[in-house]
Write a protein that binds this ligand. Structure first.
Ligand code: 4NP
Length: 159
């Protein structure tokens, strides 16, 4: 089982959107038993809350489930439980590094999985209000991430 954790600031807009989108892709490909997905926030403000209305609306429009998803805060034990920890922006990445450094966990930036864009942060729709654009970026990134995970697993199985 490969374990993926998406991290943003509040865990109500970007990282739960990524969690729902990647889970949906995994379901379509019949890979839900091979890859598990979760999300968490750097901040504590929204612990226990469902995704933001804007995230719920765009997921509803695209018939993607977010059932049962509630915000939680990043925990040090996440470094022991996840293979990939993916930060939605550079500040989240810095905050993650200050919480815990551990070399065998791949902590990366979400935008590294999005081709054709040369900025490093997924713009925060909590502040911009643009959930549609973020949905496009996150869909593209999740597709690339899944391709990479599949390639990596294939390579490891071949070893
Ligand atoms: P997110 O957006 O990190 O994409 O979930 C935010 C949600 C809430 C806050 C900031 C960003 N907040 O300050 O409450």
């Amino acid at each position: 089982m490969i374990n993926v954790l998406f991290v943003c600031l509040g865990n109500i807009c970007r990282s739960p959107m990524a969690e729902a989108i990647l889970k949906n892709l995994l379901e379509k490909e019949g890979l839900t038993n091979q890859v598990s997905v979760d999300s968490a926030g750097i901040g504590h403000w929204h612990i226990g809350n469902p995704p933001h209305k804007g995230t719920r609306t765009i997921l509803d429009q695209n018939k993607i489930s977010y059932e049962g998803m509630l915000a939680r805060q990043v925990d040090e034990s996440d470094w022991d439980r996840f293979d990939y920890i993916i930060a939605m922006d550079t500040q989240n990445m810095e905050d993650l590094r200050s919480i815990r450094e551990k070399n065998n966990v791949q902590v990366s930036l979400f935008m590294d999985y999005v081709d054709d864009e040369d900025f490093s942060d997924v713009p925060d729709p909590y502040f911009t209000g643009n959930f549609d654009y973020v949905y496009e970026l996150i869909t593209a990134g999740c597709e690339k991430l899944l391709t990479e995970i599949k390639e990596q697993q294939f390579k490891e199985e071949k070893l």
